[in-house]
Design a protein around this ligand. Structure first.
Ligand code: X8Z
Ligand code: ZN
Length: 624
């Protein structure tokens, strides 16, 4: 079982925990009623109900923490060695964890009408909304659910497609999508990967049914509402927040879409990519059209100085291997004054794809003991994309370590978007001058100011193109979870959202049994996706705040906080809070603002916006 409170796996554990319910492991010590705080002033005695709530939460915290430690190694084993046995063990552990988490969540309802101090009320709320895929307490439900979720993940992780006589895995198929410029080949491979997911569809629909029963039992209308209840505000307000943030950034996306479509039309001609309407999904250099920087060479601004270097080429030329990429990312965190990773990280992480077994390659960061045993699991390749991804994953690990001293129920990001934003925020400091500092490029390779548009174009292809993709994934899933979209319409609804938000279409008609959402990890992996949208907004807020703290007064995209221990200390202070306070309070400690806000990302890309508008003059943009 994998999903959880936070990001993938490790967090998943917590999620699982929070998720389920009964069977406390025998070695959990009985909770004691804590002594109220002592101070000079007389302290008002706590009511019996409050004392009971406190005692219950102490027990819940201890049991969930204990369960997390028990099951983490079982999930790790399954994700790094997929076999029938490890799947069975993971399914069994997942059911146990879900059962415990759901049982505690149900038990906590007895305190719903008690007037609790803020800290206890917060923990109750986290307990009740913490399970990502909840099972109802009906006999056998947790087991059935866990079998399904484990099976979905394994089907995705082991998926292959036979292309030109060879069985290719997702990494190999992705490489073709990233590098080929042959539309027939792109279409074949794009469609090929999507043959892994039709077998998932019935299980997925059954999972939705059971998990919705679980959510209803916990007092939510459905699982969508439950997912949206984790943001310290009513779920409908959070949905409005998402719309507000999207409306701040969607005009920039529309300009980028218009420009890229014109360049692709020039490259491929009207028959492959018409000059108007949506873009063909397989032409964008990514299996899911979610980040587009692989087609930078096709859309590079003409007549302007280019970036001057290609990060992938530089990594290869400098003879980097996967380990050195991770060491380089670690060194960034250390330059901010944070501790190096423990030796066990290096001994226990899975950093490259093992050749002798099947693994879940989708990158994730784990925390197996809620203290020091942090690890990453990646099939790292030496290229720019994975250079950024190792920073992303270490961001999770550094966050986990920073909040290791808070109670178990608070061992989490301030919200899930924070967890996703930490490493990406650090990676925004991978500027040309930082690359000089670490010896990857030379001073004379640093592009001058005239190259800003090219640099920003490359970044926008990842950061701006991603925004509507992130909206699409959970907008589709929310409709599935609240019953708006029924199984018969899963695929059509997916493409309706993809076209509505991203302005893309499949390269050809989709087969009747297609289940294209299942070909994206986070659907079979049950990782909520709104977190990434929030992260892509907030990482620019973090970056802007950090650069201001550092006294930077140049353009945001040239700012690097590498080596700045003062910023590091403030940043670590935010991370140490974990989820112990409402996220606006946590955000305020680092950025001075209590709101998520798209204006920092707009400011970052400001010079590019003017360029795109100029280039798009006379074009009819949009795709409706
Ligand atoms: O899944 C991830 C991380 C692990 S939390 C590698 N990301 C999303 C994705 O790959 O779809 C990071 C960016 C978006
Ligand atoms: Zn992540």
């Amino acid at each position: 079982m994998k999903t959880s409170l936070i990001s993938t796996s490790v967090l998943a554990l917590s999620a699982a925990l929070l998720v389920s319910c009964t069977n406390n492991s025998g070695d959990v010590p009985p909770a004691e009623v804590p002594v109220p705080p002592m101070a000079g002033d007389p302290v008002e005695a706590e009511s019996t109900e409050v004392a009971e709530a406190r005692a219950f939460l102490e027990r819940a915290d201890a049991e969930l923490g204990q369960m997390s430690k028990e099951i983490s190694p079982i999930f790790w084993e399954q994700a790094t060695n997929i076999t029938d046995e490890t799947n069975a063990a993971a399914a069994e552990a997942g059911a146990r964890a879900t059962t415990l988490a759901v049982s505690l969540a149900n038990e906590s309802k007895q305190f719903n009408d008690v007037d609790l101090p803020a800290d206890l009320a917060r923990k109750m709320q986290r307990l009740q909304s913490g399970v990502t895929i909840p099972a109802p307490s009906t006999e056998g439900a947790a087991e059935e659910l866990s079998q399904i979720t484990t099976g979905l993940e394994a089907t995705y992780g082991t998926g292959t497609f036979n292309y030109k006589g060879e069985d290719l895995n997702l990494d190999q198929l992705s490489t073709i999508i990233e590098t080929s410029r042959d539309p027939e080949e792109l279409q074949a491979v794009w469609e090929g990967w999507r043959t892994v997911s039709p077998p998932m569809k019935d299980d997925y629909a059954r999972m939705v049914e059971i998990a919705n029963e679980g959510a209803t039992e916990l007092g939510y209308d459905n699982l969508k509402t439950m997912w949206l209840s984790k943001y310290d505000m009513p779920p409908e307000e959070m949905a409005t927040e998402v719309d507000r943030l999207w409306s701040q950034v969607s005009p920039l996306y529309e300009e980028l879409h218009c420009y890229v479509r014109a360049e692709l039309n020039e490259e491929y001609g009207d028959d492959v990519q018409p000059a108007t309407g949506p873009i063909r999904a397989d032409l964008l250099g990514n299996m899911w059209s979610q980040q587009w920087s692989n087609i930078y060479p096709l859309v590079e601004p003409e007549g302007l100085p280019g970036q001057g270097y290609n990060l992938t080429d530089e990594l290869v030329a400098a003879d980097y291997d996967a380990i050195e990429m991770v060491e380089t990312a670690e060194a960034f965190f250390v330059s901010l004054g944070l501790d190096p990773l423990p030796q066990t990280f290096w001994e226990r992480s899975m950093i490259v794809r093992p050749e002798d077994r099947e693994v879940v390659c989708h990158a994730s960061a784990w925390d197996l003991d809620d203290e020091e045993d942090v690890r990453i699991k990646m099939c790292t390749e030496v290229n720019a994309e994975d250079f950024y991804t190792v920073h992303h994953e270490l961001g999770h690990n550094y966050y986990q370590r920073a909040y290791k001293d808070v109670d178990y129920l608070y061992k989490d990001g301030a919200h899930d978007g924070f967890h996703e934003a930490i490493g990406d925020f650090i990676a925004l400091s991978i500027t040309p001058s930082y690359l000089v500092d670490i010896g990857l490029i030379t001073e004379d390779q640093v592009p001058g100011e005239e190259a800003d548009i090219s640099l920003l174009m490359n970044t926008a292809l990842d950061k701006i193109a991603f925004l509507p993709f992130a909206i699409t994934v959970d907008s589709w899933r929310w409709d599935v979870l609240d019953g708006t979209t029924q199984p018969a319409d899963y695929n059509d609804a997916w493409w309706a959202k993809r076209t509505q938000y991203q302005g893309i279409v499949p390269p050809g008609p989709r087969p009747a049994d297609a289940f294209d959402p299942g070909a994206k990890y986070h659907i079979p992996g049950n990782t909520p996706y709104l977190r990434y949208f929030l992260s892509y907004i907030m990482q620019f807020q973090f970056h802007k705040a950090a650069c201001e703290q550092a006294g930077w007064d140049g353009p945001l995209h040239r700012c690097s906080i590498y080596g700045n221990e003062e910023v590091g200390a403030r940043f670590n202070a935010m991370m140490e809070m974990g989820a112990s306070e409402p996220w606006p309070d946590v955000l305020e400690t680092f950025t001075g603002t209590r709101e998520m806000d798209g204006s920092a990302i707009i400011e970052y890309f400001d010079p590019l916006i003017g360029y795109l508008e100029e280039q798009n003059e006379g074009r009819s943009c949009g795709w409706k």
